[in-house]
Write a protein that binds this ligand. Structure first.
Ligand code: GLC
Length: 649
């Protein structure tokens, strides 16, 4: 703490806890008051800052979900979204944005998967790093969250995640390690325990965060994650959120007995952040208009939409289109603290299609009510209307009563009424396009065979239907790819079968999370990690590897052999052939999204550094590369490998 400002012990105790839900204690006017606010995909500032309720909030730009952002496979868009959010924060006088969340999608049922990037730690880390850089480029801070292993919502306040050291390092800590390269101003600890110690009191993992990942900011708790203020402070937590009268009273009562060094250390972290926010606030200048920020939201959705199936129906040709399903006329989003109140009126899909010159009309068929209950409103009439049109576009999905913070999904199929509507409309329609508005993998195996095309719109933000309309009509060539596996059945996911009770979740699948399991054990999936179709067609050729010390440069060419300009994401996986420990068959270590004009050829060059070949050795407590034979595989998804070549390191 700066010499000019010696605080009393009482002031320090007050300083290491929030003054309310969203601001710091100002030490009787001697410190700048900074404001923190949710959330990762848009500001959610309650009009009444003394509450965290989902009460009236200031309307803000509602960006697509973090899932959709990652499906763009374009880290530049992560930076742009961060920069745009930084502008939103400046407009609403917010000093620190409570995001991004980088928790790994271990369970498809996790109720907050829409808020997270991927099942793959490299994708999650790279996108979080660029997002943080974007926000902080506007002199606004971020809160990298939730540190760590907050991979489900079930009993999140009390359950201990039992994870072995190697899995912890390679899967669950890795995104934080990569994201810390952007030096987030703060990290938010999670509610849960890890290996029996509450994360708000996890001195060992705070040590990894600071001493190995180089994090030099303030560690805050998640809201009401602290059960013991003194133990948390002693472990290295710096700021308990939100204000808790009983906790503060206890701390003040034992003020003389508290560890003075620990108290000073935490108080200094909070004071330093206040000083930083004060200094940075003077340099804040908005440099994006509302229109420009809206354009970022629309662009991310257009680039993140994934074309999952297309059998001769998209892009739509001239003709009459019947639009039906709740998300065509109602805004779908994930519930909880990341919720945003859009500053723009909802745009029905039929209107968005009409704006693109399509003869489209909406009619009700199936309507969700609550959770997985839906009712088949006017399905009979809808079937008759569909029969008179050229194409039916049926919108289905999971609203915020299905996917929301504090609760996990119990299953991953659509409601039975929505599945019934799909069957009925498939029967009646010349062509059926299903558009899915959900935040996490959906088991489509019951009906996908009857759909001519399937589009994943996800939780697409306030421009969702404009983006969907532009993809359906071909104004936008779909280029999104999945960053999480869509299993055929929930039972196929090892983590879903792992031991759990009210106190413990056993991560006994170890490294075998997502594609690391399905690909290694050849388990069929509905859609693999990295999958996504395009209106273009790409051919890969001429892989060439060049070694320089412990890094390898990978070069190859991609040709767009179609008549449609398009974007392709090439994924580079590494396989250790002569391994000495267990390793998943292959792991993603680099990727590049590239625009290629029709009938053009582009060369892609990517560099794999030493860490791309390493595993975490528990025997040596260090990342380790064993000299030997490795294979580099270039794929359009984890399953579809186009080029591969071995190299000796
Ligand atoms: C919530 C969430 C966290 C959010 C915080 C403030 O419980 O876990 O992501 O930023 O509390 O609303």
């Amino acid at each position: 703490m700066e010499g000019k400002r010696e605080l009393t012990r009482e002031q320090k105790i007050k300083l290491i806890m929030g003054a309310d839900f969203w601001t710091n204690y100002d030490a009787d006017g001697r410190l700048y008051t900074f404001v923190v606010s949710d959330g990762p995909v848009g500001l959610r500032q309650p009009l009444d800052r003394t509450t965290t309720e989902q009460s009236d909030c200031i309307k803000s730009v509602a960006y697509p979900s973090v899932q959709m952002l990652s499906q763009t496979w374009d880290p530049v868009l992560a930076y742009e979204m961060g920069r745009s959010l930084g502008n939103d924060c400046i407009e609403q006088d917010v000093d620190i944005l409570l995001g991004p969340g980088v928790n790994i999608k271990r369970l498809p049922t996790n109720g907050r998967n829409f808020e997270y990037f991927s099942e793959d730690p490299y994708v999650a880390g790279v996108f979080a790093r660029e997002y943080i850089k974007g926000v902080q480029s506007k002199h606004v801070g971020t809160a990298l969250k939730h540190f760590c292993c907050n991979n489900s919502e079930t009993s999140r306040h009390w359950a201990s995640m039992e994870v072995d050291e190697r899995t912890l390092r390679e899967i669950y800590l890795r995104p934080f390690e990569i994201a810390c390269e952007a030096q987030p101003w703060t990290v938010m600890c999670s509610y849960n325990l890890v290996n029996g110690v509450r994360m708000s009191e996890h001195e060992k993992l705070y040590g990894v965060l600071r001493n190995e990942f180089g994090f030099d900011g303030m560690i805050m708790s998640d809201w009401e994650a602290v059960k013991d203020s003194e133990a948390s402070m002693n472990a290295g937590l710096n700021w308990e959120m939100p204000y808790n009268e009983a906790h503060q009273r206890e701390m003040l009562a034992k003020a003389e007995k508290l560890d003075e060094k620990k108290l000073d250390a935490s108080a200094a972290r909070v004071a330093a952040l206040a000083d930083k926010c004060e200094a940075e606030s003077k340099m804040r200048r908005q440099d994006m208009t509302l229109q420009e920020r809206r354009a970022v939201a629309q662009k991310i959705e257009e680039e993140g939409i994934v074309l999952l199936k297309n059998e001769g129906v998209l892009p739509l040709e001239a003709g009459k289109v019947f639009v039906t399903g709740a998300p065509a006329v109602r805004y779908y989003y994930g519930g909880g603290s990341s919720n945003v109140y859009p500053e723009r009126d909802f745009e029905p899909l039929a209107e968005a299609l009409a704006a693109e010159g399509v003869d489209a009309e909406y009619g009700e068929s199936v309507w969700e009510t609550n959770g997985h209950q839906s009712h088949l409103g006017n399905l009979k009439e809808a079937v008759l209307r569909a029969a008179q049109k050229d194409v039916t576009v049926l919108c289905v999905g999971e609203p915020n009563t299905c996917e929301y913070e504090s609760t996990d999904r119990q299953q991953i199929r659509l409601s039975k009424e929505e599945e019934a509507a799909i069957h009925a409309l498939a029967e009646a329609s010349e062509k059926l396009v299903v558009v899915v508005y959900a935040g996490a993998a959906i088991d489509m195996s019951d009906w996908i065979g009857e759909a001519d095309a399937v589009l994943w719109a996800g939780y697409g933000g306030e421009f969702v239907n404009r983006a969907v309309a532009r993809v359906l009509t071909g104004k936008v060539n779909p280029s999104g790819k999945l960053t999480e596996t869509f299993p055929f059945r929930l039972e196929d996911v090892p983590a879903e079968n792992a031991y759990r009770d009210e106190a413990v979740m056993l991560y006994n699948e170890g490294l075998n999370v997502g594609y690391r399991y399905f690909d290694t054990f050849d388990v069929p999936v509905l859609f693999p990690f990295g999958f996504g179709l395009s209106y273009s067609k790409f051919v890969y050729r001429d892989i060439c590897l060049e070694k320089s010390g412990k890094t390898v440069t990978v070069r190859f060419t991609i040709e767009n052999i179609s008549d449609a300009d398009g974007k392709e994401t090439a994924q580079v996986y590494v396989r250790e052939v002569t391994k000495e420990v267990y390793r998943p068959y292959k792991e993603l270590k680099a990727f590049r999204k590239i625009f290629i004009k029709a009938h053009e050829c582009r060369t892609v060059e990517l560099t794999l550094d030493e860490r791309a070949f390493a595993y975490y050795s528990v025997a040596k407590d260090a990342w380790t590369v064993k000299p030997g034979v490795f294979e580099i595989l270039v794929g359009v998804s984890v399953q579809q490998i186009m080029l591969k070549q071995k190299i000796v390191l």
